[in-house]
Design a protein around this ligand. Sequence first.
Ligand code: DX5
Ligand code: ZN
Length: 216
Amino acid sequence: MAPIIAPSMLSANFGKLEQEIEMINNSQADWIHLDIMDGVFVPNISYGFPVIKAMAKSAKKPLDAHLMIVDPDRYIAHFKELGTEYLSVHYEACIHLHRSIQLIKSLGMKAGVAINPHTPVHNLYEILPDVDFVLVMSVNPGFGGQSFIENSLTKISKLRKMIDDRSLKCLIQVDGGVNIKNAPALIQSGADILVAGNSVFGANDPLKAIAELKSL
Ligand code: DX5
Ligand code: ZN
């Protein structure tokens, strides 16, 4: 089955954000990936609610917000109000992860758990039946345009097996350094959703870059 493609707006040209969203609207992309950073959980700050609101106004595809923030429960309801459909929180940022996941789902959003490159997939064993997707970070979160960490392929294969062995429905999202060269192996290993920032917005023809990923 064709992968779900989620271009990451972090690599978009913020000087013409509305046109960038229009480009995604007219593309074969499935979701719009929003990277939310607080300067605490990750060493960078991205954008906040007024910018998300502006993007949500023009977006015709589902919003997929990736919260790289501490204590995300504080903002989960606000993301729902802004129209988010897919919301992921970090395993490493949630002391009561089960509660955070239930909160996301109780508000009618699909819930994801994100894991950093050093976090073993087996740590997700207990939460797996409760989540709609797992976001496997294939770079250390905080910045776009970094190099893909090869070990992510092994993690995705292991996770695929954990999901399939228990006949769970949970999807696997991969985020960081994804491009047309490593995407076939990622899909082969079991990834369902490809997040791509630099390889889409840095391409000469972003529409074509999205179409190529979608055709895999
Ligand atoms: C990194 C973010 C990613 C990033 C991906 O912290 O979570 O979504 O924007 O960008 P690329 O594809 O350029 O690595
Ligand atoms: Zn992300």
